[in-house]
Design a protein. Structure first.
Lengths: 327, 107
């Protein structure tokens, strides 16, 4: 092996190093061989003193803290630097492609989770409606029963009162003139006519007030229910945010060598758990989109009915006044 | 001589050689070879490493024969490093000697 081939071979082994460094080292060895030649040794002898090429190259690379086997394992990667640009571009493209694919998958996943949550929310709402329905219905039935009985007694009392009044006035009429009798008779007649309507009106009024009361009760129930679940949703949401914060802190601290892997996992689990609870609580809120028109109509009906009752009462009052004036 | 012994002490010998006088590569190899029989090829990587770690500075100087030579000069950090290595060597050497002496006395 002569000097040129030795230096070329050594250069092959040192390709991993910067060009300037390669030149420095090769120059040293070249000079060393030249010195030996000046001393009268042959190139062969001078090179033989360096020992095996592999060991020499390994020792040089070791001085740079480079793994000696690196160059041997991947010579092509280093040997074609002109292809690097193209390779990087290809890699970038592939990376972008993979990123796009991953993004699409992630979006699909998120959409799926969202759908699952919506489905769960819907089910929960149905369940909540199913739970509350018999409860409110039973109560309503029970109270209507009470009211009905109460209403009956009231109507009975009213009937008695009217009857008594009628008797008194009849007695008064007997003592009075025939004209008065006629008046009283007409009065009774007149009174008996509105008596039926008054009964109906009272009954109607009670029914309407009951309906209003029931609607009122339901409204309050719903208000409390919604407030409670809204509070729960906010409460769990707060914890979700807290866990998210913990997760973020953990993600930052973990690569710095802090032993927070366990806390990180706890935070992740807690975040998912509280997030699910928060979403579940929020989905349990009862919205009254469908019930609104019905309620309005009911209210309107109630208002019109109450107006009717008022009108009838006013009529009766005016009649009574005229009656007393006449008497 | 055991090559492991040589490897351990080669650094100290190179540092001491350059401390006495600024030297170029081949000169240094000859100087070291006077003390211990060492593979000439292994000196250059060592010089390179010590230069990278700023224990040596290099400069070029024209020579009457052939191209300019690269001279090595010991820096302040290199002197401190050499002193610490020497202290380590002294302690190591005395301990080993004492131990060997003890063994001889027992016999």
């Amino acid at each position: 092996m002569n000097k040129e081939t030795f230096l070329e071979e050594l250069r092959e082994h040192l390709r991993i190093l910067e060009d300037q460094e390669q030149e420095d080292i090769l120059e040293e060895y070249a000079q060393h061989i030249d010195m030996k030649l000046q001393k009268g040794l042959s190139e062969e002898e001078a090179i033989r003193d360096f020992g095996p090429m592999k060991e020499l190259a390994a020792e040089i690379l070791e001085a740079y803290h480079v793994k000696p086997e690196f160059d041997k394992k991947k010579p092509s990667a280093v040997r074609m630097p002109e292809l690097k640009g193209i390779k990087i571009a290809d890699g970038k493209k592939a990376f972008r492609k993979a990123g796009g694919f991953l993004k699409a998958k992630c979006m699909a996943c998120v959409r799926g989770i969202g759908r699952a949550f919506r489905w769960f929310g819907g089910k929960c709402r149905v369940a909540a409606a199913w739970i509350t329905k018999p409860f409110s219905k039973e109560k309503a039935l029970k109270e209507t029963g009470d009211e009905f009985m109460y209403g009956e007694t009231v109507t009975l009392q009213a009937q008695e009162r009217f009857l008594n009044q009628g008797h008194e006035q009849a007695a008064a009429g007997q003592t009075g003139s025939s004209q008065e009798k006629a008046w009283t008779e007409t009065g009774i007649e007149m009174r008996q006519k509105p008596k039926r309507s008054v009964l109906a009106a009272v009954f109607h009024g009670i029914k309407v007030t009951w309906d209003l009361f029931a609607a009122f009760c339901i409204w309050w129930l719903r208000l409390f229910w919604n407030l409670a679940w809204l509070f729960m949703a906010a409460f769990f949401g707060f914890f979700t945010m807290l866990m998210l914060m913990g997760l973020g802190a953990g993600v930052v601290l973990l690569p710095q060598g802090y032993p927070v892997a366990g806390i990180l996992l706890i935070c992740l689990g807690g975040m998912l758990c509280f997030g699910a609870l928060s979403c579940g609580s929020f989905s349990l809120l009862i919205r009254k989109n469908k019930e609104k028109p019905e309620e309005i109509s009911e209210e309107k009906a109630a208002v019109s009915l109450s107006e009717e009752i008022e009108a009838i009462e006013e009529k009766i009052n005016s009649e009574e006044e005229t009656m007393t004036e006449n008497v | 001589m055991n090559p492991q012994f040589k490897k351990g002490v080669l650094e100290l010998i190179v540092l001491e050689s350059v401390r006495k006088k600024d030297m170029y590569g081949y000169e240094l190899v000859e100087e070291v070879s006077r003390v211990i029989d060492v593979n000439e090829g292994t000196i250059y990587p060592l010089l390179k490493r010590l230069t990278n770690e700023h224990y040596f500075e290099t400069y070029l100087r024209e020579s009457s024969e052939g191209p300019p030579r690269k001279y090595y000069h010991l820096t302040a950090a290199g002197i401190l490093y050499r002193d610490s290595l020497e202290a380590e060597w002294e302690e190591f050497q005395t301990r080993v000697c004492r131990f060997l002496k003890e063994g001889k006395e027992h016999e």
